[in-house]
Design a protein around this ligand. Sequence first.
Ligand code: UDX
Length: 441
Amino acid sequence: IVQAETICVVGVGYVGLIQAVGLASFGLKVKCVDLDACKIEMLKKGVPPIFEEGLDEALKETIARGLITFTTDIAAAADADLFFVAVGTPTSERTGNARLDYLDAAVSDIAAVAPQDAVIVVKSTVPIGTCAGLQARLDRDHPAKRLQIVSNPEFLREGTALKDFFNPERIVIGGAGESARERVRRSYAAFEERGVPMILTDTSTSETIKYAANAFLATKVTFINEISDLVETVGGDIDQVARGIGLDSRIGPQFLKAGPGYGGSCFPKDTLALATIGRRHGVQQQIVETVIRINDSRRFHILKRIESAVGDKLAGKRIAVLGLAFKANTDDVRDSPAVDLVHALLEEGADVRSFDPVARLAVDHRSYRQCDSIAAACEGASAVLVATEWAEFKSFDFAAVEALVARRYIFDMRRIVDVTADWVPRWDIERIGSPLMRASL
Ligand code: UDX
């Protein structure tokens, strides 16, 4: 790769850090800026503040090669010509809109130090029209600098973010000016050489692509969850239904795994933001609104099922929750169905013991305990809930905890427990997407 531009990444949270380390791995020089001094100190030492496969090694390597540096001072990046902004856009509790204060502040800080003709690339997920608004503001406040805004959404999944960065299925670049788009495109030359499609478009289209992609995937998950509810009642196997429809290439096999509903830092936030944008513009997004409603109520229905399984009263009963992360291979508990369940169970008066191989949950409640093994979480439990699809739950031999539990009942929300195992006939097993399997002994 030819070093086309000096690159600065502002905001080294999840997205920013992967972007920075990814570009640096291509041999580009990247300066990272973040207001959080603690985080910057950690990163300087090569310690990533998040758990992500391969990141630790890639970070240390790019630091050792002198390709990536970290600072809290944006002025230290005044020589950059390409600024990627990846600050948070959390949902406002009050309005349901994505909050743009961090982004506005970051763009103002960049504009104050950036050289003429610099390009500011928005990686954060922002409401449609945000980039156009930022461009108008820059044209007004810094006319002589001719700064250009480009939208370049990310499609990284937590847990495989670095892998996703290096294997994109498309790169979306939206901007008013062709020259700015081309400059961003050049920073992804390595992908273009491999034939990755580049979508060069306007900022609104680019912003819409990001929301539409996440909303569509959330809809796919919600759709299979609803079919899963049907299968539980009428009989059948949801995984086979998913396979049977997913092999149709018009549908595709991914995002058809039935479960406790989608969670995490993106789907809930982005679906809500899209619904809010639609309402604000008088074009109600009815499908997405329905998806949000179904997904929210799913957690409540799951609680009802657990209640009826343990005999209607949860108060005083001990419940083991296996898995806290919103999905496997991440320590992220944001908007995790498992965490909502822990809170709901505690509210019902249950005594909750959880175990997660990586994720931690701070709940200050006398009836809640985080355990350091599956067995410790299962001790005295009237129900064992499998809430995250960690591999170690899949292979776990529940015979080892038979003598510990108060009742041999598993509710597998992820359909990962091996139902062909020897111990299975001695347990009552309920799985999302299958009729109840009662103990045969
Ligand atoms: C998502 C998008 O995939 C990514 O492109 C975007 O940039 C950020 O949001 P992520 O939040 O990391 O990534 O998680 P993802 O793997 O997409 O899963 C989202 C949620 O859907 C999780 O709660 C997951 O458990 C659930 N899910 C996903 C299912 O229940 N079934 C599936 O088949 C797939």
